[in-house]
Every structure is written in C-alpha cells, then in structure tokens.
Design a protein around this ligand. Sequence first.
Ligand code: ADP
Ligand code: GN1
Ligand code: MG
Length: 367
Amino acid sequence: MLEMIKNEIVNAFLFDGDFIYAEPFGCGHINATYAVYFRRETKPPVRYILQAVNTTIFTDPQGLIENIQGVTSHLRKKILEQGGDPQRETLTLIPTRDGKLLYEDSEGRFWRSYHFIENATCHQSVDRPVLFTNAAKAFGHFQKLLADYPADTLHETIAGFHNTVDRYALFEKAVAEDKAGRAALVEKEIQFFLDRKADGTVVVDAIAKGQLPLRVTHNDTKLNNIMMDNETDEGICVIDLDTVMPGSVLYDFGDSIRFGASTADEDEQDLSLVSMDLELFEAYTAGFLSEAGSSLTAEEIRLLPFSAKLLTLECGMRFLTDYLNGDTYFRIHREHHNLDRCRTQMKLVADMEHKMEDMHKIVEKYV
Ligand code: ADP
Ligand code: GN1
Ligand code: MG
C-alpha cells in the first residue's frame, strides 16, 4: 500500500510540498490510517493524515464524507465565534486536486485526508486522572456545540450502531451459524452475554417510548479518538467523526468509561489486571457533567452508571460476534485477538455490576 500511496494517492490531494514518505499511523480498529510527509522550499516540512475509508463497514463513503464536512463546518463556525483555532480544534479536510473531499483510487478504495494536528497526543490509556477529566470536558463540549446541528441532515453511517437489541440478534445469528467453527471454544463467553440479554432492551425501549431524547452524538468516544494538547493536557480536538449520528448521550458517556476507566488495555491477556477504576469513573463524570450536565434530563442522569455497563457489554459482544464470524470486522494483530478483547469487556462488566451503587453515588455528587 505504501507504494500505491507514493505513486498514486498523494498526487490526488492538494498537499503542500514534495512527498518524502508515508507510514502507517495510529491504533484505530477500522480505517487504514497513514501519515504522509512533505518537504517544502522555504517552510518546515509538513505532514498530513491520509485514510482509506473502510467501505466494508461504511458502505456509503459519500454520505459519510458529507456528514464530516457538515459537522466540521458547523464546529468551525462555533470555534471561530468563540475565538478558538479551528485548524486545531476540529478536523480539517484537505481537498483533492479536482475539488472533492474523497478520492477513489484505481482499485476502488476511497481516500480522505486531514490536516495533521501537531503537538497533541491520542492517549491509549489514562496515566493521570486529570487527563480523563479533560477528555470528558472535551466530549461534553463537543456534544454542546452540536446540540443545534440539524440531525435530520445526517446520514446514518452504520444502521443501528448502538441498538443493543439488534446487536443481540446479530450475536445470536453468529452463534447459530458458527462460521469459523469456534462456538464450542467459547461456550462460557456466549452464556455470559445471553445471561444479560434483558439489559439490551433498556435504552432501546426508553428511546422508542420517548423517555430518552435523541441527540447528535459521537458514538465512538474512546480516549484515542480525542487529541490532547502535549503541554496543557487539555482535550483540544475530537476526531474519528465517522459515527456522528443521532444517538443517546448514554452511548458517549458509557463508551468513554468502557475504554478509559479500565485499569488495563482493551486487549490485555492477564485478566487479573482488568477492572473498572472508580477514581477514573469519578474523574470522567466530574468533567462530563461540568460541560454537559445542565442539558441532561433526569432519566439520562439516572442511567449514566448503567450506560457504562451497557456499552461495555455491547462492545464485548461485538468482539465475540466478530470472533465467531472469523474476524471480519475489527482489525486484529494476533490469533484470538477478538476473544482477548471480549474477555476484558466481560471482566469489566462483572466489575461494574459490583460497583454499580458506588457509581450512582459518584454521579449524585456531581449533579
Ligand atoms: P479509526 O476509525 O480506524 O479509529 P481514526 O480516525 O480514529 O481511525 O484515526 C486513527 C488514528 O490516527 C487516531 O487514533 C490518531 O492517532 C490518528 N489521527 C487521526 N486523525 C488525526 C489528525 N487529524 N491529526 C493527528 N492524528 C490523527
Ligand atoms: C472501533 O474506529 P475505532 O478503533 O475508534 C469501533 C467502535 C468500538 C471500538 C472498540 C466504527 O473504534 O465502535 O467501540 O473499535 N468503531 C466502529 O475498540 O465500529
Ligand atoms: Mg479511532
């Protein structure tokens, strides 16, 4: 792919300077991400992010890029009004030479490029609680800035993305089909999710009954989907906008806790290291409620602790579903990688079930 990038892809975009090299970049599970470097005559070298959109998953790349263009334009306007720096505080798409935002290569892949946000880091884990508080403030702020975005203009990039009833159906189908012949190896894991099937209906039903509002949400609020300033540790830019769609605020809160409040990596093999850290839960809750708290309904607030468990349950079940299907969705780097990921999520769910009352007390402290 690096040859293809050098010979074809970089020529398609309006990049500044002469191409030096490209390298795979970041830890995303979905798209193929590269950093591409350019030399310039009178200015320092510059790099850009170049991504091949995963069109197996995002089957409408045009709709996807329209969403990102719409959302980032909206954010840019607000950031400017508030005196901020839009090149640093939201994603900036680099156009192609013929004025488009997507380039279809000679083999049918779709590429896009972003201005590279420098002097900032995507953290893979929380080494200081303040980092997590800052991530929470940034995701809460992001939500606030998008509160008046016309939701009906957004394409649904993945149908039923956080619909846990649908997710259960896909999981049970994968168990029944057992495409990769692995179901017998994971009976305990399968049972763990089946035992919790009732949890899957709570948020879906509440939305259907109008007890929970739909908002424009990010839907993939992993810690590594936010860039944090290297000097101040502030969360400066929310990235990975592929899944921005109407959803529940509970999806964004819950998914952040799932990933960031864990004491170990998402794919840790030593499960004795995996638990949900209440101090980190508190750090996130404090930051999130300070930004978004005043706009939440009582029912949303009541369900915040449950949402952490629900999103962890959902993600664990998605990893197991993919394992059963033969690893066709999430990028894996070793055999049984998705099973390892599934097991950390199960450990976290069980731990959260024990800590539910403490989580409620923490939420009450910050309301
Ligand atoms: P995926 O959907 O595969 O997770 P992301 O859009 O999250 O892809 O990008 C993967 C990684 O690339 C991010 O975690 C981050 O490290 C890096 N990245 C993405 N966009 C930028 C950007 N504009 N500036 C700097 N780094 C970026
Ligand atoms: C994927 O794209 P990335 O790596 O930020 C996935 C999320 C999962 C996450 C688990 C579009 O996120 O839903 O929670 O992996 N994104 C998509 O790590 O499916
Ligand atoms: Mg990502």
